[in-house]
Design a protein around this ligand. Structure first.
Ligand SMILES: Nc1ncnc2c1ncn2[C@@H]1O[C@H](COP(=O)(O)OP(=O)(O)O)[C@@H](O)[C@H]1O
Ligand SMILES: [Mg+2]
Length: 374
């Protein structure tokens, strides 16, 4: 039997994001688990400054970055750029860097990037221009998934309940801090959560219990984004559900996160290793069904594709479910919630990778059906 040509996958990781390190961990897991009989993986690390380095292992990216920023250029890698000419689908070496041995044509890109310049629609725009199939959401879905205000507006339009909130722009805050704090106290009260609108991994997020803390919290959040969102703080359990698919997405079993801190902050998520994950969550069947239904509604309403983890709050006193947010490129190590929920639903990590690649190709083929002229 003639052996089928392997698909070349450009695995993109790192990136200009506060979640750079998380991405390296996710990419290491993907590389170790992708079926090497079917795929040839071409690792592409994006440094914190935004340089694309070809052929570098995720775990070595940080060291290579250092040598690039010291002007040395990482010896074993080539700095490349993805051409946006749709006829090529190639990685082009930057001037002065080593030539590519192979032609650089890629069949598909797998961006394992979290946060800004990766999960927010910007990279997706570049990939659309290059007309290369890629894993995950398109431009609109990714952008909506990063904007906590617009995301809630879409949720509201399809009847998904989120916690009451207010949004202010940084320049408004700088002009009228007292008036803004009065409005927050009147409408939301304490405790409240203050967050940059566009960010993730709990970076820049604080819980405020009184006016002094509120002022500090807004000051911090406004350093990360020009928009700040303030939400009523609820006493809740945190539930998460994985969604997979394109136009007919499916939802996994529901999991629960028990944060090691007062809330699920950066430390509790990545550093102290004390947060617990419970799969499946110990909730009623009716609540689990409701979470799964809302997860799919959210996925479709935001025009997502490929994958998303949808996060919920279950208010302890009322038993009410509120949707919190979607993550269009959730943490993807083997012990991350997204793949673990699928494992508990009968899909292994390697099978999940396979399915995501198929979905990317299906979506790309579907898009080629669109007419681009009259
Ligand atoms: N309105 C809220 N009420 C109670 N807890 C909240 C609220 N908003 C956020 N949190 C806590 O803060 C964490 C991070 O907030 P989230 O909106 O999920 O931001 P990120 O995108 O950084 O994950 C949540 O997982 C939860 O522990
Ligand atoms: Mg979150």
């Amino acid at each position: 039997m003639a052996s089928k040509k392997k698909r070349r996958i450009g695995l993109v990781f790192g990136g200009r994001s506060g979640e750079h390190e998380v991405s390296l961990a996710s990419a290491t897991s993907v590389m170790a688990n992708v079926d090497s009989d079917k795929y040839e993986v071409v690792p592409i690390g994006i440094t914190k400054e935004g340089a694309w380095l070809l052929g570098i292992e995720p775990a070595r990216l940080i060291a290579a970055e250092q040598s690039v920023s010291e002007g040395g250029g990482a010896e074993e890698t080539t700095a490349v750029t993805l051409t946006s000419d749709p006829r090529l689908r190639r990685l082009i070496p930057l001037e002065g860097s080593q030539p590519l041995e192979e032609n650089g044509a890629l069949d598909i890109i797998f961006p394992v990037l979290h946060g800004t310049y990766g999960e927010d629609g910007t990279l997706q725009g570049l990939l659309e221009m290059a007309n290369v199939p890629y894993v995950g959401c398109g431009v609109l879905g990714a952008a909506l998934g990063m904007d906590k205000e617009k995301m809630k507006m879409v949720f509201q339009s399809v009847g998904l309940p989120s916690v009451d909130y207010l949004v202010y722009r940084r320049n408004e805050w700088e002009r009228l801090p007292e008036r803004i704090m009065d409005a927050i106290e009147q409408r939301l009260g304490y405790p409240c959560f203050v967050k940059p609108v566009n960010l993730g991994s709990s970076v820049g997020i604080s819980k405020a219990h009184e006016r002094g803390e509120l002022e500090d919290a807004i000051h911090v959040a406004a350093q990360y984004d020009r928009k700040v969102i303030i939400e009523r703080g609820i006493n809740c359990r945190e539930l998460e559900c994985s969604v997979l698919g394109n136009d007919e997405p499916i939802a996994s079993v529901v999991g629960e996160v028990i944060a090691s801190n007062e809330f699920y902050d950066y430390n509790a998520k990545y550093l102290d290793n004390k947060s617990q994950v419970i799969i499946p969550a110990d909730i009623s069947q009716a609540s689990a069904e409701e979470v799964r239904r809302q997860a799919i509604t959210a996925f479709l309403a935001l025009d997502l594709s490929g994958l998303a983890r949808v996060d919920f709050f279950l208010e302890k006193e009322s038993g009410r479910i509120y949707i919190n947010e979607v993550n269009t490129m959730p943490g993807f190590t083997q012990i991350s919630m997204y793949p673990k929920l699928w494992e508990a639903s009968g899909l292994s990590y390697a099978q999940l990778l396979d399915r995501l690649i198929e979905l990317a190709i299906e979506r790309h083929e579907d898009k080629q059906r669109n007419r681009t002229s009259r």
